[in-house]
Design a protein around this ligand. Structure first.
Ligand code: OGA
Ligand code: MN
Length: 284
């Protein structure tokens, strides 16, 4: 019944809702598309359970939200015959080669925060997951909860975001970047407080993984302020920890949430597929 309303049930106080009533193997009705976009802006993260999806289904769903980009930085992790998806996986192919990134996003981040045009949303689909939870923080709720003097201090400030720093601080040898890769990702500045272009809601836009410093402040001032923001934005009341089930699809808003992959024992198999969604429509 594609005409019936979807049901949104919050999964935590600050971020995320489980959505029932959608079948993502089929094209969405315009009504459902609107409800999903409204839910994404309201809850920051949406969980669709029990969706047995092909690669093309994940891409078609992502394309209702925006333009699924072809990931340029690491072509070797693309899903075969489906360049809009990347493998986040610790699984090897028949030649012993890893099919994807085994450790994506260990530190707090928002996807493509290090780019001049960051991703607006991402979809992560669970093919197989014996271990490896993902944690989200609701950054609109974080902003709302900040004391007024702190909000005032942040007005007009910009964060310097850096993929190179992310990789140096948190990467491993498998992810050593070449000079050419580094040239593709120069540092970029973004406002520390983002106003969502559609919902108008404000959200904090700094993360420990990607925000190296605050532009225009002395190193000591910048350090003190970003440490305060990192600590505030990861208080337990803003977090949701997602324990994956096979055939979960999670869609998140990169402008009002951040996330990280929690560490797990690599003896357990984990295979996820991700689309990275860029802005395309006026309503998302
Ligand atoms: C990502 C990411 C987290 C995870 O794919 O962008 O951060 O738990 N993944 O795999
Ligand atoms: Mn990520």
């Amino acid at each position: 019944m594609s005409g019936a309303d979807l049901v949104f049930e919050p999964v935590s106080a600050a971020v995320g809702a489980r959505v029932s009533g959608a079948d993502l193997t089929k094209p969405l009705s315009e009504g459902h598309r609107r409800q999903i976009i409204g839910g994404l802006h309201r809850y920051g993260m949406l969980l669709f359970r029990g969706q047995k999806l092909s690669d093309r289904d994940v891409v078609r769903f992502s394309a209702y939200i925006g333009h699924p980009e072809i990931y340029a930085l690491r072509p070797e992790i693309r899903v075969e015959d489906c360049p809009e998806l990347v493998n986040i996986a610790n699984i090897r192919d028949e030649n012993g080669r890893l099919i994807g990134l085994p450790e994506s996003g260990r530190q707090w981040h928002s996807d493509l925060q290090f780019k001049a045009e960051p991703s607006i949303a991402s979809a992560l689909y669970c093919v197989e997951c014996e271990a490896g939870d993902t944690e989200f923080s609701g950054m609109a709720a974080v902003y709302d909860a900040m004391p007024a003097p702190l909000k005032q201090r942040l007005a007009g400030l910009k964060g310097v975001n850096s993929y190179v720093i992310y990789n140096e601080r948190y990467g491993n040898n498998a992810r050593k970047m070449t000079e050419e890769q580094k040239r593709q990702v120069p540092d970029v500045e973004h406002p520390i407080v983002l106003s969502h272009p559609v919902s108008g809601r404000k959200a904090l836009y700094v993360s420990e993984g990607m925000t190296a410093r605050i532009a225009g402040l002395s190193p000591a001032e910048s350090d003190a302020l970003i440490q305060e923001l990192f600590a505030f934005s990861t208080r337990p009341e803003f977090l949701y920890r997602h324990v994956w089930q096979v055939h979960d699809l999670v869609l998140w808003d990169n402008r009002s949430t951040m996330h990280r992959a929690l560490p797990f024992d690599q003896k357990y198999r984990r295979h996820m597929k991700r689309s990275t969604i860029m802005r395309q429509f006026d309503d998302v």
